[in-house]
Design a protein around this ligand. Structure first.
Ligand code: ITT
Length: 196
């Protein structure tokens, strides 16, 4: 059974293909008629379901989507669902990172608690769905470090680590990440629902 990965974020596509290895994964490029899905939800879960349902309906195949982001305690959980468009330019990782750094540059290190969060959703063309969540707690550093990953990876140091997630290898990040946790929880549900 083929599954469509409902994301256009290349960093996520690379991670999801690794985490969902063993499934027959199809990219959104095979469905050019499916346009952008407006992320109008106020929670990660709502947005993941919006994306998964739109792509399952448009493709006629089971679709998996995630909505994810960085939640910073001193910013009351922001940028949260706005992580990909924090600077006003959707998908401009550098601009988003620069703005966030400017916002926390004067905050003492011990107050920089933050976490990555991910809601992972499976939707079927019939309208059935499942959604699960994963988080990666840690703290921010105000000087970016590392070149792996994407988005806010250069400034999040996971709890119990000294390296940022951009300094972890892809496998090390997958083992502890919010996306890894959510999709490892979703994988048996996908197998169960699709009978494969
Ligand atoms: P799709 O909607 O097409 O999946 P997107 O980039 O718009 O792509 P989201 O709305 O879920 O996806 O936004 C996720 C943003 O949160 C992403 O652009 C990063 O800025 C940040 N983010 C999420 N997971 C991350 C991770 O593992 N490492 C670093 N930043 C992450």
């Amino acid at each position: 059974m083929r599954i469509v990965l409902a994301t256009r974020n290349p960093g996520k596509i690379a991670e999801l293909r690794r985490i969902l290895a063993g499934f027959e994964i199809v990219g959104l490029e095979e469905f050019p008629e499916i346009g952008e899905v407006a992320e109008t939800g106020v929670t990660f879960e709502e947005n993941a379901l919006l994306k998964a349902h739109a792509v399952a309906k448009g493709s006629g195949l089971p679709a998996v989507a995630d909505d994810s982001g960085l939640c910073v305690d001193v910013l009351n959980g922001m940028p949260g669902v706005f992580s990909a468009r924090w600077s006003g330019r959707h998908g401009d990782d550098q601009a988003n990172l620069d703005l966030l750094l400017a916002q926390v540059s004067d905050v003492p290190a011990e107050k920089l608690a933050a976490h990555f969060a991910c809601a992972a959703a499976l939707a079927l063309p019939t309208g059935e769905h499942r959604v699960v969540e994963g988080t990666l707690p840690g703290h921010l550093v105000t000087t970016p470090r590392g070149t792996n990953g994407f988005g806010y990876d250069p400034i999040l140091v996971p709890l119990g680590q000294h390296r940022t997630t951009a300094e972890l290898s892809p496998d090390e990040k997958d083992a502890i990440s919010h996306r890894g946790r959510a999709f490892r929880a979703l994988a048996p549900i996908v197998r169960d629902m699709l009978g494969s």
